[in-house]
Write a protein that binds this ligand. Sequence first.
Ligand code: UT7
Length: 330
Amino acid sequence: MTRDLRSVGIVGTGSYAPSRVLTNFDLEKMVDTSDEWIRTRTGIVERRIADPDVATSTLALAAAHAALESACVKPEDLDLIVVATVTPDMFFPCTASILQQSLGAAGATAFDILVGCTGFVYGLAAAGALLATGPYDRALVIGAETLSKITDWQDRSSCVLFGDAAGAAVLAPVADGRGILSYSLGNDGANADALKIPAGGSRMPSSEETVANRLHYLIMNGPEIFKFAVRSMAESSVEAVSRAGLSMSDIDIVIPHQANLRIIEAAAKRLNIPYDRFVGNLDRYGNTSAASIPLALDEVVRQRRIHPGNHLLLCSFGAGLSWGTMVLRW
Ligand code: UT7
């Protein structure tokens, strides 16, 4: 942020996850897998699954209420709502618009961001820039997903990974030198095929054939994403930390995208940041895509593990393939 812009930071957080738990042992009965394989290859023990009649905006609404309450902001005082999701309620209107109505935030501009698991960090960067430069004073940024609805429950290589949840943050102007200090956002479109839902868009419209061939479910190249994740998390963290004028030793808390414990361990090693500065909840929620970072953030905020002046590193990767890393001073 340059000096003539307002500093913008997170002034409240909230999250929500459905109560239904799906354990690794439950998955053993659904596909050819084992609790031992899932734990050792990913670090995941269980995940939450939304009921069939629950849409992404329902989870987002609960997280939004919690975040607004913690920030002491009323829905009607919101100027902006940004929802990051790959599982919108429907193609359009955007989920942020649906949420604006259910939340009672009639005055807020609302739009979605579709950058996979990286979406929440992109949302913070976009909302932060609009608050720093523009007429907006209060923004709600949400990462919300019902990945269970796009998961192929017959594909053991992906169905063991994902879960449903939502996390939210309220953004507002903060004291100079606090809040968002820097970010590194980027995409590698050459690897776009590594993580996608092939059908249902203009390239391959829905048909009886696409449904029969299971082309409306998420497919991915796990090992390719694994390599990209470790490399991009490390490189973008170095870039964002240096843009903030800090060094790795200044980082107090790292909140990485919760996808695979081995990815997080490898990134920590490359960055030479002590592992006890990394926080997360992958074991209990699995990979919740755009919800993963705000869900973990809300947890550490409520545990009072973040103190004023602490430097946070949020670090994500996802479909695109994309990366998004941000440094904040609390
Ligand atoms: O947020 C972004 C979304 N995606 C990701 O973050 C995915 C990133 N990638 C990963 O986390 C890992 O690549 C996975 C967890 C998906 C896979 O782990 P891996 O160590 O890369 O395993 P692999 O794909 O190389 O498969 C190793 C073996 C294979 O068997 P063979 O060919 O060696 O006999 C797979 O068929 O493990 C087998 N396998 C499984 N076995 C039991 C794959 N999935 C399972 C499973 N249970 N669920």
